[in-house]
Design a protein around this ligand. Structure first.
Ligand code: 3HC
Length: 694
């Protein structure tokens, strides 16, 4: 066996098979140095008379995570990824990709240009470009449909979700799955392929696209549903256009269109926003005031409360293989919680997102009890009871009598003061907040609330647990509503005021859906139930004249068939009754209603949130403006292609935001709209919030 190393690429000759190994830690991103080294290595092999075939693989934890995202601010230098992909596809010898870890984006495109793909059972393959506001740019829109058919290709490209090796094998993306495909068995497989394998280039494979090619319009029909679900409508449409051309006209035409659209998207503000979020999310994993790596591994968890949140949290833990015990005060509540879990698992099996076996092993990890003593073995307990300080204080006092002295105690409160809760315990150093979002088994965000007295180990234990269950943790400080709900309250207050001043729910909601939210605040309120907010306001002695009046009329949202809108099933309609009720509230308050334009609505809903975000930063409640953006995109469905509220503010200009806030403060007499000191200062300095800077 001979071995030649060209920087990040090693070539070993094993029984006539040239094994080419990429080594560009951590994830073999295909930046210029790796591309150059691969081209050089392939050129060398092409001239090596001993070589009969190539096995292309990656060391580190990935075959390759695709193009180097940090290179996207400029056009790619030669050899670019397309040139490398073409070199592989037109190589004089058979090339087989052996995939361990992930093959994503350009990494999978490189593998698809090979003559065949073999993969490790743990491998994951996907084209996640859409999550960066892009479409595949190195032939993926043409090659994937030729390997898996148009329907699967559309699904993978428009969702951006990777598939398992088993799924890829089933779909035809992978030719064989076995352990260590880059080792001995892989070399043998490649040698055999060199003798007997079908060397038709992927681009020339027609079987799976023949039907769609013969019937123009097929791709458009297949694309309708995944296009509607796609999070970035611009990148999604561009991808569909390229896929369609690649199938209906020719591979070359599709590739040409893909190139144009990729460059257009790469330079778009939508992609810039999503690339920023990619780094902001990774920055959030390195919190400034919390050491990671010092947490305790949670072998067993506990949850107090079997309501919607408690059962959702238990499901999230069980899905990650963590045994969990739910404790409730009443058998009825426990039964309802468990029924919710069983139902949910059954639905996910029916939808194909879980196997029957996975669902039953998750169910088996969840135990229930009416006795706090059942939590004696837990390393961490999450309290998810009724949102009331006294209720939670009592639970923490009971917990302390039953859990181990070193168990970490977390509250899933959405608003309450963690420090007050901690102060009531004998060991405040082990108390923190873990604010999940509903439904907790689905939503990807958890605000990890840094209690003032919590010690490093407790905080790291909570933080690392969130990572382990596949969610994004963002560390926040203690204040009413933390980061997300504190900003949401400001937005809700403005939404309510806009109604009183002259807008109607339909207009306000439409402005936000036009902006990219899935739902506006009133449709959202109707879905969540208006009585909850009403009860909270009453408890705090607060009022919201329109929302209170709607509730007083017995309309609590979808569950009562009426709220800010009238409903037939889930179909929402504007309601004359609501318009008249709002006009009545304005008259009662002596406010002369005026037409309010869409731009004012957008500004009045977003700029005060940004202002609050600036206060949050000034108070040190969030470490970075990027953390706030991650919270809003992951927890509240702020459209990712707009980067989050603070990024959005940086794009429209902080001076503009500050000027408009002053203007609206003057117009409405609402002094809370005045720019905060930090916003005012940054606006005067002509700078930005700075996003993800570490
Ligand atoms: N380019 C540059 N850096 C990358 C990268 C990429 N494609 N993928 C990951 N990284 C970096 C991360 O920024 C991170 O850096 P840091 O340590 O400085 O924070 C480091 O690699 C490790 O990444 P993660 O923290 O994300 O590690 P995980 O183990 O959690 O996840 C992963 C690994 C699943 C590979 C994940 O990083 C990922 O999803 N990467 C992006 C994949 C992607 O979107 N590829 C498509 C790129 S676009 C493309 O290929 C265009 C083509 O079609 C032309």
């Amino acid at each position: 066996m001979s071995e030649v190393s060209t920087g990040p690429v090693t070539v070993e000759m094993i029984d006539g098979v040239a094994r080419v190994t990429m080594f560009g830690p951590p994830v073999n991103a295909l930046g210029l140095p790796l591309r150059k080294a691969l081209v050089e290595a392939l050129d060398g092999i092409a001239h090596d008379p001993q070589a009969t075939a190539v096995l292309l693989t990656g060391q580190a934890k990935a075959f390759s995570a695709g193009a180097d995202i940090t290179e996207f601010d400029a056009a790619a230098s030669s050899p670019d990824l397309r040139e490398l992909v073409a070199k592989v596809e037109d190589f004089p010898l058979p090339v087989i990709a052996a995939i361990t870890g992930v093959a994503l984006g350009g990494g999978l495109e490189l593998a698809m240009a090979a003559n065949a793909r073999i993969a490790d059972p743990e491998a994951r393959l996907g084209l996640p470009e859409i999550t960066l506001g892009l479409l595949p740019g190195a032939g993926g829109t043409g090659r994937l449909p030729r390997l898996v058919g148009p329907a699967r290709a559309l699904d993978m490209i428009l969702s951006g979700k990777p598939v398992s090796a088993a799924q890829a094998h089933h779909d035809g993306l992978v030719d064989a799955v076995f352990a260590d495909p880059a080792a001995k068995d892989g070399v043998r497989w490649v040698a055999h392929f060199a003798l007997k394998g079908d060397r038709t280039r992927t681009r020339d494979r027609q079987e799976k696209v023949e039907v769609a090619h013969a019937a123009p319009g097929t791709v458009a029909k297949l694309a309708a549903v995944p296009l509607h679900k796609a999070k970035d409508p611009y990148a999604a449409q561009a991808a569909v256009d390229a896929i369609t051309a690649g199938i209906e006209v020719s591979f070359e035409t599709g590739a040409q269109l893909e190139r144009e659209k990729f460059d257009e998207r790469r330079q778009s503000p939508e992609s810039a926003a999503q690339r920023y979020l990619f780094t902001a999310e990774r920055a959030a994993r390195k919190p400034r005031n919390l050491s990671t790596g010092v947490g305790r591994r949670v072998a067993r968890a506990g949850v107090v409360g079997a309501g919607t949140m408690g059962s959702g949290i238990a499901m999230a833990l069980a899905a990650a293989g963590i045994p969990v015990t739910i404790v409730e005060a009443e058998q009825d509540a426990l039964d309802r919680g468990l029924a919710r879990i069983v139902d949910n698992l059954a639905t996910s099996v029916a939808h194909g997102s879980r196997t029957e076996a996975a669902a039953s092993s998750e169910r088996a990890l969840i135990e229930t009890s009416l006795n706090y003593g059942a939590l004696a073995a837990a390393d961490l307990v999450i309290e998810a009871a009724f949102e009331d300080l006294q209720v939670k204080k009592d639970i923490f006092a009971t917990l302390e009598r039953h859990v181990r002295p070193d168990a970490v105690l977390a509250s899933n409160t959405s608003y309450l003061n963690i420090d007050v809760l901690a102060a009531g315990t004998a060991h405040p150093e082990r108390v923190l907040g873990m604010h999940f979002f509903s439904p907790a088994n689905v939503m990807p965000l958890v605000e990890v609330v840094r209690g003032a007295q919590a010690d490093a180990e407790a905080l790291a234990t909570g933080f690392e647990l969130v990572r382990r269950i596949g969610k994004t943790p963002v560390v926040v400080g203690v204040c009413h509503g933390f980061v997300g709900n504190r900003m949401l309250e400001v937005r809700s207050a403005q939404a309510e005021r806009l109604l009183v001043e002259g807008a109607l729910p339909g207009q306000v909601d439409r402005v936000l859906t036009d902006f990219g939210f899935r739902m506006g605040p009133f449709a959202m309120g109707d879905m969540a139930g208006l009585d909850i907010g009403w009860r909270n306001r009453k408890a705090q002695g607060l009022t919201a004249p329109v929302s209170d009046a709607i509730c007083k009329s017995g309309r609590f949202g979808q569950k009562t068939g009426a709220g800010f809108y009238a409903y037939e099933g889930r179909d929402r309609q504007d309601d004359r009754f609501v318009a008249e009720l709002i006009e009545g509230v304005s008259a009662e308050l002596g406010i002369v209603r005026r037409p309010i334009c869409d731009q004012e609505i957008l500004d009045r809903l977003t700029f005060p949130m940004i202002n609050e975000g600036a206060r949050i930063l000034a108070e040190g409640i969030a470490d970075r403006s990027g953390d706030i953006d991650v919270i809003w995109v992951k927890g509240y469905n702020w459209p990712a292609y707009r980067g989050g509220p603070m990024w959005y503010a940086d794009q429209v200009g902080l001076a503009h935001v500050a000027e408009r806030l002053q203007h609206y403060a003057l117009l409405t007499g609402d002094e809370s709209l005045q720019p905060s000191p930090l916003l005012g200062q940054l606006a005067d300095d002509g700078t930005t919030f700075g996003g993800d800077s570490r």
